[in-house]
Design a protein around this ligand. Structure first.
Ligand code: NAD
Ligand code: LMR
Length: 329
């Protein structure tokens, strides 16, 4: 059997962690032939709960699970990591200003980025799930100057999956018939879900749904789905977020399906669609040989360009705020 791959999951005792860890341990991240070793990172107060989850993981007797260790120290948790899922974050609490939220998260994602820089394996791939995911990815990436910046990604795949599901339901099609949707920008209500290039069973989606439906239902429903789930469940999406994290990393490692792209929150080097260098932005991506590549050269409509510009402004504002706080050089 292959050498076990080390997967570090932060916020392991949280809701997403509980929905994620068992799927990783059963082989759904790398595939059915690759053993995994789990490193669970938590804050000291939640270590006991994470140890409980570790006991349950043992009790599943997963053939691919080569071990589970629980940490409250980032340097130890990221030692030798091949994949890092940064889920634990500081939620916004009552009375907290946006700058306070960004600063609190910078205090988490900066040190974790540095620990990844100093101790992770050379092939480390990072997915930031904890919100604000795109900017937290930028913070972690900036703290890891020795890791190629494109190894730091943010989770836009849940938004992508939500968009696919909504279009499939409207078109009366199977989810597997939907191809080449993209959700540009930020994992927030600013995002721009775009069906300009999407097909439904080979037919252009825009021929099957009306402009009114796209403007009045599809885009707001996808963009505000996270809030709708919180309203309905009393807690933010957990199983669907875990599922999207698995999809993102699985496709990154194993390749995207032939002839279609997915949405990934990936590092902008400034050379695609006028998106400034340094942002972590939702782009159409394919994965080739274990690397996400941005799908370039799409002929964007004025509406898509406006949607992208709106997201650039939103993410640039977060970037500038974190920079002003001294977390980005
Ligand atoms: N990007 C997305 O699509 C998406 C979707 C859903 C949720 N989220 C975000 O994911 C995050 C986690 O959600 P959840 O439902 O699991 O929350 P949760 O509150 O249930 O769990 C978060 C866990 O993180 C831990 N934690 C906090 N700071 C930590 C640190 N410095 N190191 C390690 N662990 C730490 C907490 O102890 C807690 O156990 C939230 O920020 C949420 O908004 C993102
Ligand atoms: O945690 C949230 O604020 C919502 C979450 O990011 C989601 O999209 O479900």
């Amino acid at each position: 059997m292959a050498q076990p791959r080390i997967v570090t999951v932060t916020g392991a005792a949280g809701n997403i962690g509980y929905a994620l860890l068992f799927r990783i341990a059963s082989g759904q991240l790398f595939g059915p032939d690759v053993p995994v070793k789990l490193h669970l990172l938590e804050i000291p107060q939640a270590v006991k709960a994470a140890e409980g989850t570790a006991m349950e993981l043992d009790d599943c007797a997963f053939p691919l699970l080569a071990g589970v260790d629980v940490f409250d120290n980032a340097d130890a948790a990221f030692q030798g990591s091949n994949v890092a899922l940064l889920v634990g974050a500081r939620p916004r609490t009552k009375g907290m200003e946006r700058a306070d939220l960004l600063a609190a998260n910078a205090g988490i994602f900066g040190p974790q980025g540095k620990a990844i820089n100093d101790g992770a394996a050379d092939d480390i791939r990072v997915l930031v799930v904890g919100n604000p995911a795109n900017t937290n990815a930028v913070i972690a990436q900036n703290a890891a100057p020795d890791v190629p910046p494109e190894r730091f990604t943010s989770m836009m795949r849940l938004d992508h999956n939500r968009a696919v599901s909504q279009l499939a339901a409207k078109a009366g099609a199977a989810v597997s018939d939907i191809k080449n949707i993209v959700v540009w920008g930020n994992h927030s209500a600013d995002q721009y879900p775009d069906v300009s290039f999407a097909t439904v069973d080979g037919k252009p989606a825009e021929e099957l749904v009306s402009e009114d439906w796209l403007n009045d239902y599809f885009r707001p429903t996808v963009a505000k789905r996270g809030a709708a789930i919180i309203e309905a469940r009393g807690a933010s999406s957990a199983a669907s977020a875990a599922n999207a994290a698995i999809d993102h990393v699985h496709d990154w490692i194993n390749g995207t399906p032939e002839g279609q792209w997915v949405t990934g929150g990936v590092y902008s080097d400034g050379s695609h669609y006028n998106i400034p260098k340094g942002l972590s932005f939702g782009f159409p991506v394919i994965s080739v040989d274990g690397e996400y590549q941005i799908v370039d050269g799409l002929d964007l409509s004025p509406a898509t360009i406006a949607g992208i510009e709106h997201n650039i402004a939103a993410l640039q504002e977060e970037y500038d705020a974190v920079k002003a706080l001294g977390f980005i050089k």
